[in-house]
Design a protein around this ligand. Structure first.
Ligand code: TXA
Ligand code: MG
Length: 313
């Protein structure tokens, strides 16, 4: 199959509404979308990515008016998070409407919904005129794609279209919050921090495995985010002897001699670039990537979750 690369949201949407697979930018990472109500198209997502079918998909919307066709009810805890964070990098788990195929939700009685904020995503989704189911647009197990070129590297010839945008602003996936119980539970840490959610729901809980690098949300039990290179988490670059076959990413400067280096100016910068850095290192045949540990606070919680999963795939 030939993969068309375009910067036209309308053209990309045309492919999607005809049953195609379309990769598109969001503020977090690139997604691989299909019409949520087209089972044949949904099936193709799992094939193109090599994704296990027991890993459910997030449904992307542009307006809360789309919720009634996807969810059975909007629990009060969910409504407060919708009001606070939609549109934005938060995914909410609702009770599933029976019109949503079990293929999308991996047979679960719940459904994940998110409303991206990125203007290009919104243009694309509006032109689709249907909610769009989309996982991250990487081959299963690989680092999430934060540029359209990363999507092309993983999926060229396997999908119908790539909607080009710039590098993603956040660089880390959305936070996934289960709102089907009395107290919201964070299943996957991400771009919206625990502290931000606590301002709305002081009682919010972190699922036992969220933010700790081991499984809970169905998808989290698989090999994840891993480059070809080995990931090693370190406390300080001073503890590592730099060699050309190794890379380093962190907040502090290492001594000279690493094959590839990224010094991040803040936690937000770290979050934005580490998936990209993994891919740059793979292209340069770097064998080990040293990642500086950061405190598990704010964005640091999600960064450490991804690094730990990548280190122990
Ligand atoms: O930022 C993001 O969330 C990106 C962009 C494209 O929106 N998407 C993304 O999708 O990261 P994916 O498929 O890579 O991760 C979705 C996560 C998985 O861990 C999956 O198990 C979980 O959300 N999930 C989806 N539906 C769920 C459900 N009904 N219950 C619990 N977890 C669910
Ligand atoms: Mg993913």
């Amino acid at each position: 199959m030939k993969t068309l690369i375009t910067d036209s949201p309308r053209l990309a949407a045309h492919y999607l509404t005809r049953g195609g697979l379309v990769a598109f930018p969001t503020e977090t990472v690139y997604g691989l979308g299909a019409d949520v109500f087209n089972e044949k198209a949904i099936r193709k997502i799992f094939t193109a990515k090599g994704r296990p079918i027991d890993n459910p998909l997030i449904i992307h919307i542009t307006s809360v008016r789309e919720l009634p066709m996807l969810v059975r009810s909007v629990p009060p805890v969910a409504q407060q998070l919708v009001d606070a964070f939609f549109p934005g990098p938060l995914t909410i788990i609702f009770p599933r409407h029976k019109g949503v195929s079990p293929l999308v939700t991996a047979g679960l009685p719940t459904v994940a919904v998110r409303m991206p904020r990125h203007p290009t995503t919104q243009k694309f989704l509006r032109a689709c005129r249907t909610p769009v189911a989309a996982p991250s647009a990487n081959r299963s197990g690989r680092p999430s794609p934060t540029t359209w070129q990363a999507v092309r590297d993983d999926l060229d010839g396997r999908i119908d279209c790539i909607l080009k945008g710039g590098p993603t602003r956040v660089g880390l996936e959305s936070t996934v919050v289960d709102c089907t119980r009395k107290v919201p539970v964070i299943l996957r840490t991400g771009a919206i921090t625990l502290e931000e959610i606590q301002k709305i729901h002081p009682g919010v809980k972190l699922a036992r495995h969220a933010g700790t690098g081991s499984p809970k949300s169905p998808g989290l039990k698989y090999r994840h985010y891993a480059p070809e290179a080995k990931i090693r988490i370190i406390d300080t670059p001073a503890q590592i002897h730099p060699v050309k076959s190794a890379g380093y990413i962190g907040l502090r400067s290492p001594s000279e001699g690493f094959g590839e280096v990224k010094i991040c100016s803040s936690l937000a910068d770290y979050a934005r670039v580490f998936f990209h850095f993994f891919r740059v290192c793979d292209r340069k045949k770097i064998r080990t990537i040293y990642c500086e540990r950061v405190p598990k606070r704010g964005l640091g919680l999600a960064i450490m979750d991804r690094l730990e999963r990548a280190a122990h795939p």
